[in-house]
Design a protein around this ligand. Structure first.
Ligand code: BTN
Length: 261
């Protein structure tokens, strides 16, 4: 990535200030933990070309080959109670989707935070929370397949990249657009301390909406129709008997009944 171009493209006021860039790291989420422990401010971003220990949700790894994709994490020191922290993940999903729309893609969000193009995953988001002496902070890690052409066997059928979908794209421009969109939506969320003002735009992108889904709840799996999200970002799933379950992100996975979406 060209850091000069990148810095020129950045328009966000605080998201990406300061920006830490490394050719290689273990995981940008871990970079942020280290920076936060050294008192880095709200808005700090760690960006890299390659991760040797990229982390995915549910303890999985995130394949992070060099020079093709976007891997970055953002540090947030929120002014809202910790119970609302998980909603930040939806705010980032919205920001990535809107930035892709601005680049003339047709993205969807697979609740809570996968970004999907043509039914395949193009971006994953890993949000983590840590306590420190000042309270708590959030790490939002984003991995986007930008120019990757080949995927490992196990994810080949359900993964894609922006290049495969439409053609080459500047990683610098996309990165800057995501940060600008995130800043805008995060400020609305932080101001209202609710996802309600963003619910409509988020639901318009929700691939699961009005579709049959299978909820992989460790306490018992079930199926139902995804109706949308609540004002706190839970997925609302209507079961056959008419009851509506509120599904919390983090605890469970949601699948389409025929596959990934
Ligand atoms: C998922 O499993 O869908 C979430 C994947 C998140 C990957 C990103 S890449 C940048 C950041 N650093 C990490 O180690 N993980 C996240």
């Amino acid at each position: 990535m060209n850091i000069e171009i990148l810095k020129r493209e950045l328009t966000a006021r605080w998201a990406g200030q300061p920006l830490s860039y490394k050719e290689e790291t273990d995981s940008t989420n871990l970079d942020i933990v280290r920076l936060a422990e050294a008192n880095a401010p709200h808005g700090t971003v760690a960006l890299t070309e390659r991760q040797s220990a990229g982390r995915g949700r549910k303890g999985r790894s995130w394949t992070s080959p060099a020079g093709e994709n976007l891997y970055f994490s953002l540090l947030l020191r929120p002014g809202f109670p910790v119970e609302k922290a998980s909603m930040v993940t939806l705010v980032m999903a919205l920001a990535v989707a809107k930035a892709l729309e601005a680049e003339r893609f047709e993205p969807f969000i697979k609740w809570p935070n996968d970004i999907v193009l043509s039914g395949k995953k193009v971006c994953g988001i890993l949000t983590e929370l840590r306590m420190d002496q000042g309270g708590y902070y959030i790490i939002v890690g984003v991995g986007i397949n930008v120019n990757q052409q080949k995927f490992p066997e196990e994810i080949k059928a359900s993964a894609t990249s922006l290049l495969l979908e439409k053609g080459e794209l500047s990683r610098e421009v996309l990165f800057a657009k995501i940060l600008a969109a995130f800043e805008k939506y995060y400020e609305i969320f932080e101001d209202q301390k609710s996802f309600l003002p963003l619910k409509e735009v988020y639901e318009a992108l929700l691939i699961n909406k009005n579709k049959k889904v299978r909820v992989l709840d460790p306490k018992g799996e079930y199926e139902g129709i995804a109706k949308g999200i609540s004002e706190s970002g839970e997925l609302l799933v209507e079961k056959e008997n008419g009851t509506v379950e509120h599904v919390y992100a983090g605890e469970v996975s949601v699948r389409g009944i025929y596959g990934y979406v």
